[in-house]
Design a protein around this ligand. Structure first.
Ligand SMILES: Cc1cc2nc3c(=O)[nH]c(=O)nc-3n(C[C@H](O)[C@H](O)[C@H](O)COP(=O)(O)OP(=O)(O)OC[C@H]3O[C@@H](n4cnc5c(N)ncnc54)[C@H](O)[C@@H]3O)c2cc1C
Length: 158
């Protein structure tokens, strides 16, 4: 049984931020991710969509260039090359900002597995990738009393 001050479930945009802040404040922090760090933002949402929009804007500007007296020969989109570019941007963001090694350097223990609550202080983790511990479950225990919501949040319905 391992004990932490803070256990973050999920290494998406929210979890990565929470774990980084928690560790930077000196809390013993674990972050558990069932798939690959980065979540929707890196793999499906913000990063690929903004990279695609940027490419589309570039093509659009090239097509409109003649309005500014700039002649660009015929514009075509190489979609496989565009997708390759999007994947390379995702990998760059992952390696620079999301990868387990980045958070381990900040002092976060990054655990690959699916977390579930055993009770309000204890989390069980089912490993999703092989590790030195092999297949199985580990348990994390959060020994401090959880902070409660501020009163207005408890009655706001959210
Ligand atoms: C097309 C698109 C474009 C977007 N563009 C933008 C943008 O430009 N700017 C912006 O701010 N937002 C954007 N968003 C929204 C943004 O992607 C989400 O707000 C953000 O990804 C949510 O992050 P999250 O950490 O809350 O959740 P998620 O990214 O869903 O991360 C949750 C993580 O938790 C893990 N997980 C879940 N359950 C468990 C468990 N039991 N144990 C272990 N791990 C678990 C999941 O595997 C996942 O990695 C966009 C979304 C889409 C779809």
């Amino acid at each position: 049984m391992k004990e932490y001050d803070v256990i973050v479930i999920g290494a998406g945009a929210a979890g990565l931020t929470a774990a980084g802040v928690s560790a930077s404040l000196g809390a013993k922090t674990a972050m558990i991710e069932a798939r690959k760090n980065g979540g929707d933002c890196t793999w499906y949402g913000c990063i690929p969509s903004k990279t695609l929009i940027h490419a589309a804007t570039t093509a659009w500007q090239a097509r409109k260039a003649k309005n500014f007296g700039i002649n660009i020969p015929e514009i075509s989109v190489d979609f496989p090359a565009l997708m390759k570019h999007i994947r390379s941007v995702q990998e760059h963001i992952y390696n620079e900002a999301d990868a387990p090694a980045v958070y381990e350097r900040m002092g976060v223990e990054v655990i690959s597995g699916r977390a579930s609550f055993v009770d309000e202080h204890t989390i069980s983790i089912r490993r999703t990738r092989s590790t030195t511990d092999g297949q199985g479950e580990i348990f994390c225990h959060r020994h401090r009393k959880p902070a409660s919501y501020p009163p207005h949040r408890r009655t706001s319905g959210y």
